[in-house]
Write a protein that binds this ligand. Structure first.
Ligand SMILES: *[C@@H]1O[C@H](CO)[C@@H](O)[C@H](O)[C@H]1NC(C)=O
Ligand SMILES: *[C@@H]1O[C@H](CO)[C@@H](O)[C@H](O)[C@H]1NC(C)=O
Ligand SMILES: *[C@@H]1O[C@H](CO)[C@@H](O)[C@H](O)[C@H]1NC(C)=O
Length: 258
């Protein structure tokens, strides 16, 4: 009797060990090196040697075309007809962050773990809660504090009658820090939670960098691999192991009653 129970315990251990490989971090390949299905993205990432200006860090592997990288630097560009200067001229030191944000959004092949399907006329997929490195958010906010805007969520509520966004009559222009009291208010709210500012910092491998030196490679590749592996771990273990364990419990009960 005792021998049988020990055998059973050993079996249970084997079963537990068998289940273990599903817990080792192994990235879901479909979340890595992908482009979202949106307005201007290429179907698949690839080299773009001529990417322009602030989008050039993505030259080795990119979801944006050269044309998109050029347009990302323009006011009221053909990309979205978006007017950064809706409350007077945006400071260039502020605008460079919006250009960088556009480059990241359009060019990065490392946002797969945060791509979500959406039912919007202009795109089939969006990004949600991308963990932006805290320094990238803080410098964005600091450099924009003294520029002016009239809204907290820049995705919704504009007056588009003139072909580009203007402040609706009821929305008054104020300094950025009126609409965005903290860095997190800016980074999280401006694009309806596309970003969720991270507690991790640049170089940690745990947050997405909007700015990086491509001579050192693209640090966001590692970050995507890390979060793709986490996503995988949320998946319950395969059915087979669960039912095997159930069988084992039933066997144990039978033996104990015999
Ligand atoms: C990019 O392509 C669009 C659409 O074909 C065009 O209207 C625009 O002028 C192009 N921009 C550049 C900089 O070539
Ligand atoms: C998506 O939106 C369209 C039009 O707004 C609507 O007809 C359709 O039912 C929506 N689909 C889903 C899955 O919500
Ligand atoms: C929208 O803008 C147009 C022209 O720029 C203006 O005539 C109209 O009153 C505005 N409407 C609202 C709701 O702000």
């Amino acid at each position: 009797m005792a021998g049988q129970i020990i055998q059973l315990l050993l079996l249970a251990l084997v079963a537990a060990a068998w289940g273990a490989p599903s817990k080792t971090p192994q990235a879901r390949k479909d979340l890595l090196n992908v482009c979202m299905n949106a307005k201007h993205h290429k179907p698949k990432p690839g080299p773009e040697e001529e990417l322009y200006g602030q989008c050039s860090p993505w030259r080795k592997n990119s979801c944006c075309s050269v044309n998109t990288s050029l347009e990302a630097h323009k006011d009221i560009s053909y990309l979205y007809r978006f007017n950064w200067d809706h409350c007077g001229k945006m400071e260039p030191s502020c605008k460079r962050h919006f250009i960088q944000d556009t480059c990241l959004y359009e060019c990065s092949p490392n946002l797969g773990p945060w791509i979500q399907e959406v039912n919007q006329s202009w795109r089939k997929e969006r990004i949600l809660n991308v963990p932006l490195c805290k320094e990238d958010c803080e410098t964005w906010w600091n450099d924009c504090r003294t520029s002016y805007t009239c809204k907290t969520n820049w995705h919704k509520g504009w007056n588009w009658t003139s072909g580009y966004n203007q402040c609706p009559v009821k929305a008054a222009c104020h300094r950025f820090d009126f609409y965005f009291p903290t860095p997190a208010d800016l980074c999280n709210e401006i694009w309806s939670h596309s970003f969720k500012v991270s507690n991790y910092g640049r170089g940690s491998g745990r947050c997405i960098q909007m700015w990086f030196d491509s001579n050192q490679g693209n640090p966001n590749e590692e970050v995507a691999r890390f979060y793709a592996a986490e996503t995988k771990n949320d998946v319950p273990p395969p059915q087979g192991i669960g039912s095997f364990l159930l069988d084992l419990t039933q066997m144990l009960q039978l033996w104990l009653h015999s």
